[in-house]
Every structure is written in structure tokens, then in C-alpha cells.
Design a binder for this molecule. Structure first.
Ligand code: NAD
Length: 495
């Protein structure tokens, strides 16, 4: 049985003998064991991170950028391998996995510009013969804790920027699909990154708590479910760490009566069922405005029935299984609750069986109509291939629905009315907003992050928010008084 080890100080090694199963969700079979790290493993990672960070922070940004550039080339060269590692342990289709690696790669491309991105500000003569400048310096050892649903992209939102800024980085990937992180670390070493600047340590809550309570770690970046995000935020803040903790989502796509209906339906189908709904930017609520509802629901239903649910090895698959038996049961329970609470189940994905993959964790596309805002399936994040249609009378009701939801990650509106679209982008209380775009995921040079229960902390990830999160601001005020005798000053200088 393959053993997935920690990657510390430039090589694969683990002290702990404790392990956890890693499964192929398409087959429901164990395919590897991942180490559950001990305190000794953690201390080893800390030691290596602290030591390497000192010389790494003294390496010029241009040299760091060249290593990142080598890394970009290596990821491009190995993208097929990285995508199959993601698909095998996560279950998503190969094309989707490849797309997600590419979105991570774009963050590496952004980080290659680090000499420019770290440029500070300078003012000559802030006072007579006094100059002042601001610089951004690295934090030290940064940590990242990531979810199962994007085993390449989400870690890559974090570590390329943290490292480009002169920090070292400890990644604690999801224990459900941990192999991709290790391969990403190996490739970084191959690109020329000094040993210890990027360490990967496996485990679950036990290791997370070591990270949160370590005096040697300056910052924590977290992406995962809202209850854990809240815990990470509170504990890190209590321990004086800089923290960004991204949580769950319930993204609404509003369809106005003047929308291009076919485009809206394509948007809902792709963003609702793609990756089996296991995306934080998945559309889980379609808001049908006014008299478009019947036609919209019929079309979504028709298209949902055409989707091919199959393992990632099938090139024609539109969506794969969900991550685990436990998660499958949880989603199926939500479907049952939806029925019990009075929603109209138009398409039922429960008990979905694929020949040869009877033990896989598959759920077919599921569609509910007449969902109301008091229902559990509306309020809570399901994180599966379940789309709920809520019918509202007009645009104002749609906007109210979006804004009153506890989550605020993403939303989208389909309309041909520029005024409505402008009103929506201005007044929606959501972090990422799309107009006629179903999944408005910002590019690497912008920043990604939600509002409300979808993000705890002040900074989104990547883009300039990432640069600011992984650096401390320092402002220097300097005078070189060679020949004048200044004498003591008892008032604050004003010029
Ligand atoms: P999760 O919260 O269960 O796990 C995330 C990470 O936290 C993992 O590394 C896990 O080992 C660790 N963890 C789990 N329970 C913990 C605990 N009690 N204490 C400390 N650490 C713990 O999330 P998941 O199931 O892996 O991922 C799915 C969730 O992530 C969904 O809610 C999804 O919306 C969210 N997500 C959000 C974004 C975003 O950008 N907002 C992106 C991707 C995923």
C-alpha cells in the first residue's frame, strides 16, 4: 500500500507511525495511507522552516522570481500528472482537475512579478532634509490549512505568494487527497527552491492545533467549512497571529425575465453540477424572477437529465463522485430533509449506481423546485450536486434574498438590463459578483474572498491582498544632519 509521507526540508520523511486511509471515491476503495503527523514531525517542520526562512528572506526578490519562473515551467510540463493525482483522490473529471491546476499556476505567474509587487513608496522632504519610505517585509514562517475540494488550486492561492514575499511556508493539506501537495513541493525543490522553504505536513485536527498554538508561526491561511474557519480565526487571533479564514458558501444565481434563458440554464447546469457541486463557488440556488420560472425550471430539468455521471477515467464524464461515503450520506440526508420540508423534488440523484463502480460515492444531479427560505436545504451548505430553485416576484425580492443569506461568497445575475446589473453589482452584499457569468472566480492578479460567514479576517487571497497579507509594512523616516546642531525637540514636527 502506498504511504504518503510529509515533505520536510526537501525530502519525504515522517516519524509518526499513525496513518489514515486515502480512498479512490469512484470505487470506494482504499488506495493509500497518509501519515498522521506527530509533535516530533511538526517540530522538525518548524525547525527547517525557521532556519531556511532567514537566508530565503535575504535572497533578492529577482532571484526568488527566477525560481518561481522555473517552477511555472515545471508545473506546465507536469500538468497532466498533477491533474490525474487530483482526479484519482478527489474524483473530479480530468478536464476539471487540469483547469484547477491551471488556476493555481496563474498564481505562480503572478508571483513571478514579485520584484515589482514588493516595490514600496518613497517621499523626499517629508520635513526639511527628511526623507521617508515604506517597505514590505516578510512575516517569517507562514502556514496554510486547505480543504479537499481543490487539492492543487487552493494551496496554490497561498504558498507561491507567501514564498515570493520571502517567507517560508508550512502546508497542511486535506487528509482526504494529500498527494498533490507533495508533488507540488517536489517540483518546487526541482525548480531550485532551497530545502525547508516549503514544507508539507499531513494530519488532521491534531496538527492543525499545533499550528494554531505555535509561537513560531506568524500567520495562518485557512480555506474550508465555516465552523472550522471560525475556530481557526478565533484561535489564531487569540494567539496573536495574522489570519485569513475562508469558509463555506451558498451561491445564488438570479435569472431575470429578460435574461438569455439558454445562457442562464447553461450557467446553472455547469456551476451547479460541475465537480459534483463540491466547489465553494458552485451555484446551489437558482432564483427565478417573475414569469420566467416555469420555463427556466423545465429547461434546467431537461439538461440535468442529460448529464453523464461517471468516474474521471471516462473522458465523457460531466461529473464524478463526491468525496466520501460520509459526505454522500450527508447529501442524501439533505435531499430527504428537502422532501420532508415540502420542496418539490424534480430530479432525485440518490441511489445512483454505475456498473463496475457500485461502491463509488456517486450522486446524480438533483433538482428541487419551490424551495423557500425557511427550509434547511436553502439555509445550509450542502456541497453536493443539488440545485434548489427559489421563485420570487421581482428583482427587489431577489436582491433581498441574496443579501439576507448568512453566506456571502459568490453570486451572479443573468439579465440584459444594464441598469439592473449595475444596481446588483453595487448593492449585493457578497464578495464576488458575476454578470452573465456563472462562477465569478477572480483571476490571480485580482483577489478571491467572500463576505459574511464566508470569510473571517481582513484579507482575501492572492492578488495584492495576498502580497499585503504575507508582508508587514515598515515606514522609515531618515535625516542625515551633518553640520547642524539640532538640539532636543519637545513638540511633534509638522513640516
Ligand atoms: P473542512 O473544514 O472539513 O476541512 C478543511 C481543513 O481543515 C482540512 O485540512 C481539515 O483537515 C481541517 N479540519 C477539519 N476539521 C477540523 C477541526 N475540527 N479543527 C481543525 N481543523 C480541521 O472542509 P472540507 O470538507 O475539506 O472542504 C469543504 C469546505 O470548504 C466547504 O464548506 C467549502 O465551501 C469550503 N471551501 C471554501 C472555499 C472558499 O474560498 N471560501 C474554497 C474551497 C472550499
Amino acid at each position: 500500500m502506498k504511504r504518503i509521507n510529509n515533505y520536510i526540508n526537501g525530502s519525504l520523511n515522517s516519524i509518526s507511525q499513525k496513518e489514515l486511509s486515502v480512498e479512490d471515491p469512484s470505487k470506494g476503495e482504499e488506495i493509500a495511507k497518509v501519515v498522521l503527523s506527530s509533535v516530533d514531525d511538526f517540530n522538525k517542520a518548524i525547525l527547517s522552516s525557521k532556519k531556511s526562512q532567514i537566508s530565503w528572506s535575504n535572497t533578492t526578490p529577482l532571484k526568488r522570481s527566477r525560481i518561481l519562473s522555473n517552477y511555472k515551467t515545471l508545473i506546465e510540463k507536469n500538468i497532466d500528472e498533477l491533474a490525474s493525482i487530483v482526479s484519482q483522490e478527489h474524483g473530479k473529471t480530468l478536464a476539471d482537475a487540469k483547469g484547477s491546476v491551471t488556476r493555481g499556476l496563474e498564481v505562480v505567474e503572478f508571483a513571478c512579478g514579485i520584484p515589482h509587487l514588493l516595490k514600496g513608496e518613497f517621499s523626499q522632504n517629508v520635513g526639511t532634509n527628511i526623507d521617508s519610505w515604506s517597505i514590505r517585509q516578510p512575516l517569517g514562517v507562514c502556514a496554510g490549512i486547505t480543504p479537499f475540494n481543490f487539492p492543487a488550486m487552493v494551496p496554490m492561492w497561498m504558498f507561491p505568494i507567501a514564498i515570493a514575499c520571502g517567507n517560508s511556508f508550512i502546508l497542511k493539506p486535506s487528509e482526504k487527497d494529500p498527494s498533490c501537495s507533495v508533488r507540488l513541493a517536489e517540483l518546487f525543490t526541482e525548480a531550485g527552491l532551497p530545502d525547508g522553504v516549503f514544507n508539507v505536513i499531513h494530519g488532521d485536527k491534531e496538527v492543525v492545533d499545533l499550528i494554531l498554538n505555535s509561537d513560531d508561526i506568524s500567520s495562518v491561511s485557512f480555506v474550508g467549512s465555516t465552523p472550522v474557519a471560525k475556530y481557526i480565526y478565533e484561535t489564531s487571533a487569540k494567539n496573536g497571529k495574522r489570519v485569513q479564514a475562508l469558509g463555506g458558501a451558498k451561491n445564488h444565481l438570479v435569472v431575470m425575465p429578460d435574461a438569455n434563458l439558454n445562457q442562464a440554464v447553461d450557467g446553472i447546469i455547469g456551476a451547479g453540477y460541475g465537480s459534483a457541486g463540491e466547489r465553494c463557488m458552485a451555484i446551489s440556488v437558482a432564483v427565478a424572477v417573475g414569469d420566467i420560472a416555469d420555463e427556466l425550471v423545465n429547461k434546467i430539468h431537461l439538461e440535468a437529465q442529460k448529464l453523464k455521471v461517471a468516474p474521471w477515467t471516462d473522458k465523457n464524464s460531466d461529473m464524478g463522485p463526491v468525496i466520501s461515503k460520509e459526505h454522500k450520506d450527508k447529501i442524501e440526508n439533505y435531499i430527504l430533509t428537502g422532501v420532508n420540508e415540502g420542496a418539490k423534488l424534480l430530479e432525485d440523484g440518490r441511489n445512483y449506481k454505475i456498473q463496475g463502480y457500485e461502491n463509488g460515492y456517486f450522486i446524480g444531479p438533483t433538482l428541487f423546485d419551490n424551495v423557500t427560505k425557511d427550509m434547511t436545504i436553502y439555509k445550509e451548505e450542502i456541497f453536493g450536486p443539488v440545485v434548489s430553485v427559489v421563485r420570487v416576484k421581482n428583482y427587489d425580492d431577489a436582491l433581498k434574498l441574496v443579501n439576507e443569506h448568512a453566506f456571502g461568497n459568490g453570486t451572479s445575475i443573468y439579465t440584459s438590463d444594464g441598469e439592473i446589473s449595475r444596481h446588483f453589482t453595487t448593492h449585493s452584499k457578497i464578495g464576488m459578483v458575476g454578470v452573465n457569468v456563472p462562477i465569478p472566480v477572480p483571476m490571480a492578479f485580482h483577489s478571491f474572498g467572500g463576505w459574511k460567514q464566508s470569510l473571517f479576517g481582513d484579507h482575501s487571497v492572492h492578488g495584492m491582498e495576498g502580497i499585503h497579507f504575507y508582508t508587514k509594512l515598515k515606514t522609515v523616516t531618515s535625516r542625515w544632519p551633518k553640520s547642524i546642531q539640532l538640539g532636543p525637540e519637545f513638540v511633534l514636527p509638522t513640516n
